[in-house]
Every structure is written in C-alpha cells, then in structure tokens.
Design a protein around this ligand. Structure first.
Ligand SMILES: Cc1cc2nc3c(=O)[nH]c(=O)nc-3n(C[C@H](O)[C@H](O)[C@H](O)COP(=O)(O)OP(=O)(O)OC[C@H]3O[C@@H](n4cnc5c(N)ncnc54)[C@H](O)[C@@H]3O)c2cc1C
Length: 511
C-alpha cells in the first residue's frame, strides 16, 4: 500500500496554474498548507490580493497528512507553559487557540465548506500513576485559566487507561476538504494561487524578491513563509531551534464500535485516535509512533504494524484503508514561532507547531494577516521568535539530545554497513569509493547509490524503511531513493553516484 493519507485519497484537489511569468504584488505567501491558505483568505477578506505559491499542490504537505483534530487540547501544554512563562501566558495560549477554532467553525459555515467539521470532546489519557499525576496538574492549571475540563478516573475507554482529562466543544474535520474550500473562497475574493511553483531564494531588499524555479521572480512588499520549516533564515538561527519529528497514521474500517471523541495519550509511544464519518460510515484514524526525523531505529515499517495493532485493540481491524507519515517541528519551549522574523521586518514566519498546527497554523494565518494590514496583532509577544525566555530554552536544547547542531556532528561519526547481502526494498549506509553513501535495492535487484550528505547543511541522512526515503535528522529534509527532494528546507536534490545492477556495482567497486 502506498503512503497516501486517507485525506489525500478522499479529498478532491482543484487545479491551480503554475506561475510562468515574473510579477510584483503587495504580499506573497509561500506555502499552500493550512497556514498559507488561511493567511491568503484573511488578507483577501481585508481587500488585499495576495499571491500564494505552492511547490506542489495545496494541502499536500503536513496539513493533508494529519489526524484532522482542531482543538485547544494540545497534549500537555498548559501547566508547562504556566511553569515557564506564567499563568497569563498559558491563558493567552488557550485564548489564541480558541480564536482559531472559532475562525474555522465560522468560515466553514460562511463559505459552505463541506469538510465534515464535527464537534466532539477531546480527551487526553494517562496509563499509570505518574501520567495521572500529570493530568491532575494540567487540570489544575486549566481550571485557573478558564478552560472547562473534567477529570475522569478509570474510564472504560481507551484500553488500559488510568484516567482522562476531557475538553468539551472541540472539533475534527477533513483537513484537505477544508483547505480546498478555504482556497476556493480566497481565490473568489481575489487571492491569486499558483501551484507547482517553488521558491528557491529570497532577496531581502526593497521590494523583496522571491526567485522561483524557471527564472521567475516575484517582487513583494511582504513575504509570508508558510513553508513549515522557514524558507529564509535571516538572523534567526532557525536551524538550531526547530526539531523535526516524524509520525505515522493509519485509517481503518473496524470490526466493533468504539466511542466518539478524540483521544491522545500523555506518554510514549504516542497514540492519537479520532473518528471520521464518511457517507455514514465510521472510519477509525490512529496516529502516533512519533520519533526524531532520521532517527527512528530498527525496521521503520514496524511503526505501521504497531498502530494497526493498537487499532485492533481499540475496535478490531477489518480493513486498512490508508497508511501515511508526516512531520512537524518542535521548539525548545514547545511554543510556535509566529510573526515577523525580526523587529520591523516584512518577512513573516509560522513554524514549530509541535503537531498542533491545524489550530496553530490557522492562528498564524490570522495573526500574520493582521500584522500586514494593521502593523500589529494580538498575542504577538507570546509567539515572537525573540520572546524573552528563548535564550534559556535554547540552553536547554543545546544540552539535550535533539539539537540539530549535535545531530550534524553525530551523523558524521556513525558507522557504515557492507554492500554484500543487501535485500530488495532495503537501504543501507555504505562506503562507496572511500566516502559514506546510501544504497537502495529495488524489487528487481537494481541498485541506486547516492551521496547522502543533506544539501541543506551537510548532515548525513538515514534510511527510513517505512517510507523508503532518506531523512535528515537535523532539519527534516527528506529525499526519495533516487535523490529527489521530497520535503523540508533543502533546495537541491542529492547526487546520484551509481545506478544499475547489483553485480555491476560490485565489479565497479572492485575495479
Ligand atoms: C502525523 C501528524 C498528525 C498531525 N495531526 C494534527 C492534528 O490532528 N491537529 C493539529 O492541530 N495539528 C496536527 N498536526 C500538525 C499540523 O498538521 C501541522 O503543523 C500543519 O499542518 C502545518 O501546516 P502548514 O501550512 O504550516 O504546513 P504544510 O501543511 O506542511 O504546508 C507547507 C507547504 O509549503 C510548501 N512549500 C515548502 N517549501 C516551499 C517552497 N520553497 N516554495 C513553495 N512552496 C513550498 C509545501 O509544499 C507545503 O505544501 C499533525 C502533524 C503530524 C506530523
């Protein structure tokens, strides 16, 4: 089964043209996920005609590969934010996310977007005393900042729980249908949308110039980077404060019934469940198995097996309809970066959503549209790249194991395997002509050897056996087995060193 998400399989995509000539505009938005499309819609509502460019097609990035929960329940976040920044910051986080939910609900209604938006209760559950304790702390802070929650001990569902924290009035939707509908509405209000149009360079001049593939340029006063990983770094050192995390998802037809609602666990491995109703049929969506990108261990296909096994425990698996994986970025203090990349800059960032970007991306689109049209926005300081505590958070990150700079050094020191004995469908890191390289053998015994030095910042890539991709542990760049760039901050493909039969490769190495 190919790794196309349930949402991308079932959500129809509109055709938008490629940008084939240079233009100038007030605002260019780079990236056609929920962040970019929300920003385009909000600007178009305010009478600005933004240009949105997307490298592939709309919602094909992380947005189309999510769980589709739109909620203020973001794992354990409120007591941690209160501890780091105080109760007011935790309250501001809640209120800002609530604003994003309200936006989605009202715009889906106003624009008649048929995206199966459904209200439900979002539960977070613990399976042992420590996690139950964590839930109680989250509950206490939630109460203090005005979130209506309920603690439930030893509930019947999910299997093995010790207790749940319930948030009423949350939502789930079909993310691809939502973004498609929102884009149609934005275009109808004057936004210009171009797909298959990749930005490759940004000149921070007056006006700013975005260079796209095919020698096309876009001159603009404002540039919105809605690309997940920021396309342009400026003074920000984003490479040191954004950590890519990969997670997996399955959609199944079940044998038994299961309760409505969204569920996520406190601990690891991550388990996130929701129900989707497609023409009266209930589909069970299970997402989880999160790990640092490029740093999953062992047979990565086991991530899918583990999720299917969990789905089987929950409701019995009758048929697996889709399997997919996607990534998002964490930050040192677990809050995203939304806003100007530096004081007074007209370049905007929206990243570090920690797998809660359906609401955070919506919020980012709204905030950036406000910044562009009025010069300021609510919650700007909470999400600012230069927020007060960032330096101490950065210190923590450097000390931790997931620092991208450390990943770069570590990756150079890791060992290699022999070429002999490689099997069809397998990828290995080998030595080829004295250098580290990646080899992949296809089902017909053909092998491809590529230079696995990431073209972004030189980190060595690792093979993901679930997706058959080469993934970068530092910043989340991902490439196909023949070196094509699939995702993330790099701009160039990998160099192919050899392509042919396995026997030919052996004789080339021996020569
Ligand atoms: C497995 C998983 C499940 C998740 N589930 C949920 C959930 O249930 N609820 C929730 O709130 N969040 C969830 N998230 C997080 C959330 O989905 C993401 O944070 C959010 O979709 C990010 O949206 P985005 O628009 O910023 O990025 P994306 O959707 O990734 O869009 C970025 C777009 O930019 C384009 N792009 C990149 N570079 C360029 C370039 N140079 N030129 C032109 N275009 C470019 C890409 O092609 C892409 O389409 C989940 C994340 C994962 C990994």
């Amino acid at each position: 089964m190919s790794s196309i998400s349930y949402w991308n399989q079932t959500g129809e995509k509109s055709h938008y043209p490629r940008l084939d000539h240079s233009i100038s505009t007030d605002v260019v938005i780079i990236g056609g996920g929920i962040t970019g499309v929300t920003c385009a819609y909000c600007l178009a509502e305010k009478g600005i005609r933004p240009v949105l460019i997307e490298a592939g097609v709309l919602a094909d990035g992380t947005t189309g590969n999510t769980t589709g929960k739109i909620t203020v329940q973001h794992g354990i976040i409120y007591y941690k934010t209160a501890e780091k920044y105080g109760l007011d910051a935790a309250r501001a986080y809640f209120l800002s996310q609530k604003r994003a939910l309200k936006f989605v609900k009202s715009v889906a209604q106003k624009e008649s977007i048929d995206c199966q938006l459904a209200e439900n209760t979002a539960y977070i559950y613990g399976v042992n005393d420590e996690e139950w304790d964590t839930l109680q702390r989250e509950y206490d802070v939630a109460n203090m900042i005005g979130i209506e929650t309920e603690l439930l001990e030893n509930s019947d569902f999910p299997p093995g729980n010790k207790g749940l924290l319930a948030y009423k009035g949350q939502y789930v939707f079909h993310p691809v249908r939502y973004v498609e509908g929102l884009a149609r509405a934005a275009a109808a209000k004057g936004a210009e949308i171009y797909c298959d149009t990749k930005a490759i360079k940004l000149e921070n001049d007056v006006p700013k110039i975005v260079h796209c593939e095919g020698d096309i340029t876009i001159e603009a006063d404002h540039v919105v980077m809605a690309t997940q990983y920021p396309f342009y770094d400026g003074p920000n050192l984003f490479y040191a404060v954004l950590y890519p995390k990969r997670a997996y998802g399955v959609a199944v037809r079940a044998k038994r019934d299961w309760p409505d609602g969204s569920y996520i666990n406190v601990g690891d491995p991550a388990r996130s469940i929701r129900t989707h109703v497609e023409t009266d049929e209930r589909i069970l969506i299970v997402v989880g198995e999160s790990h640092d990108t490029g740093r999953g261990y062992g047979d990565m296909a086991l991530h899918y097996d583990n999720l299917i096994h969990f789905a089987d425990q929950v409701a019995g698996v009758r048929e697996v309809l889709a399997k997919w994986s996607a990534q998002d970025y964490d930050t040192p203090d677990e809050l995203p970066y939304i806003g100007r990349i530096s004081d007074h800059s007209n370049i905007y960032v929206a990243s570090g959503f920690r797998k809660w970007g359906l609401s955070n991306g919506t919020l980012a689109g709204m905030m950036i549209a406000d910044l562009i049209t009025t010069g300021n926005c609510q919650y700007e300081s909470l999400y600012s790249r230069t927020r007060a505590d960032i330096s101490s958070s950065f210190g923590k990150a450097v000390a931790g194991a997931i620092n991208p700079v450390i990943e770069l050094i570590k990756s150079k020191l890791e060992g290699t395997q022999d070429i002999e004995g490689i099997k069809p469908g397998e990828g290995r890191v080998i030595r080829f002509k004295g250098e580290r390289a990646g080899i992949y053998m296809d089902e017909n015994g053909n092998v491809t050897v590529i230079d696995i030095t990431c073209t972004h910042m030189g980190t060595e890539l690792n093979f993901n056996s679930a997706e058959k991709t080469w993934d970068c542990p530092a910043h989340g760049g991902r490439y196909s087995i023949d070196g094509k760039l699939l995702e993330g901050p790099p701009k160039d493909p990998l160099k192919v060193l050899f392509q042919g039969k396995y026997e030919e490769l052996l004789s080339e190495i021996q020569d």
